[in-house]
Design a protein around this ligand. Structure first.
Ligand SMILES: [Fe+2]
Length: 223
């Protein structure tokens, strides 16, 4: 991967049980790479209540862990946020009724606002968005419909249509579909490991080539 890419993106669930010791294993592996690494956390990374320690371990290893922030590498801007659940379109959960439901929806709204803020903060028009949860229903297709609502939120899609990006990457939907588009045609890639393994026998990473001068996708190969 490092031989074929200029930047490595990690779409969350960097640990399994959310333990800093797991992050240290990842940090050691990343340490041998010679490319910049940008990451967001996933839900697994919160399991043990030690997300700040995980961020610290990875940050010390040089990983740029984004949580509503952005960075620019080789003229390309990367905006990253974990995202949250809540469902898609007209069926999305609404903030009505019990306080717990309102808090659940509020979390998704907050994550969408963080994504918008990260995108708005980029001075380059060449942007990539990195998420853990899906912003569209298309890339969770293949999962049991009963859990669609737990795999992403279309509230995350709105910022992506307001601040167009060259591509969106996310994970989390292990049995989802590899590719979809937002309402405005922004391409969304589900790069969950098992999804990539389903489309190819090659090692599970995806390479997307971007024209740095114009911020357009130039060509792509998937592995
Ligand atoms: Fe996940």
């Amino acid at each position: 991967m490092a031989q074929g890419a200029d930047v490595l993106l990690l779409g969350g669930d960097l640990c399994d049980a959310g333990l800093p010791e797991e992050a240290e294993i990842l940090a050691r592996e990343i340490g041998i790479l010679k490319v910049p690494v940008v990451a967001v956390l996933g839900n697994h990374d919160f399991e043990a209540g030690k997300a700040p320690e995980i961020v610290e371990v990875l940050s010390n290893a040089g990983v740029n862990v984004l949580d509503g922030k952005s960075c620019e590498i080789y003229g390309i801007g990367f905006a990253g946020v974990k995202g949250f659940a809540g469902g898609f379109g007209e069926r999305a959960l609404q903030p009505w009724g019990e306080p717990t439901i309102k808090a659940f929806v509020h979390e998704a709204v907050e994550e969408a606002l963080k994504l918008e803020s990260a995108l708005a903060g980029l001075r380059t028009p060449n942007r990539i968005a990195l998420l853990h949860y899906s912003p569209i229903v298309e890339t969770v297709m293949g999962e049991p419909p009963e859990i669609f609502s737990f795999l992403g939120s279309s509230r995350l899609e709105d910022p992506l249509n307001r601040y167009p990006v060259a591509a969106v990457f996310h994970g989390h939907a292990h049995r989802g579909s590899p590719e979809g588009v937002t309402k405005t045609g922004v391409r969304v890639f589900n790069v969950a490991k098992s999804v990539l393994q389903n489309v190819s026998d090659a090692p599970p990473f995806k390479i997307l080539e971007i024209d740095c001068a114009e911020g357009r996708r130039k060509d792509e190969t998937s592995s």
